[in-house]
Design a protein around this ligand. Structure first.
Ligand SMILES: [Zn+2]
Ligand SMILES: [Zn+2]
Length: 166
């Protein structure tokens, strides 16, 4: 899915809008999977200065909880806005993905924005207790080790610290 951004900036008088889906299931996602195609909507509006563009992305992701490895399913639905001027296209620091012909690669843009949107650490719930370091079971499910740990006497160093603090 390409958008001729240079041509749009040069000559567009009316807004442009398109919708597309992007199957990125085989792309390299860092730490999660995207089994379903992304549902995207893209718009561009000519302005005095250049153009205002928006990209709306809807995506479902799958991952494992970073603490307990339980399956995590999350949905994302977000919109990004970009202001682009003709001179930006020749700037080597221009951050939007252009292909060999200088066209905006909307699929690549959707990919980059989803990577940016998804947190680096995914959890099954914000207060996930993780796995028991002793038996490897999920702490939320409870295990005998926790009961034993709670019953164990407080560590000697910890009791010294407590005395210092009081
Ligand atoms: Zn978890
Ligand atoms: Zn345990």
């Amino acid at each position: 899915m390409q958008f001729d951004i240079r041509n749009f900036l040069q000559s567009a008088k009316t807004p442009y809008a398109t919708q597309f889906s992007a199957d990125l299931s085989a792309a390299d996602w860092d730490g999660f999977r995207v089994p379903d195609p992304l549902e995207c909507a893209f718009t561009a509006h000519p302005t005095q200065e250049g153009a205002v563009m928006t990209l709306h992305v809807k995506a479902n992701i799958e991952a494992e909880c970073a603490r307990c490895l339980a399956p995590v399913h999350e949905s994302y639905d977000f919109t990004r806005e970009y202001l682009v001027r003709m001179r930006d296209l020749d700037d080597i620091d221009f951050e939007l993905p252009l292909d060999d012909q200088g066209q905006l690669d909307l699929r690549e843009l959707a990919y980059q924005e989803l990577i940016f949107e998804v947190p680096r650490v995914l959890l099954c719930s914000p207060d996930c207790q993780g796995l028991c370091p002793i038996c490897g079971k999920r702490k939320a499910e409870g295990c005998a080790c926790q009961v034993a740990a709670e019953a164990a006497p407080v560590d000697a160093r910890l009791s010294i610290l407590k005395q210092l603090l009081s």
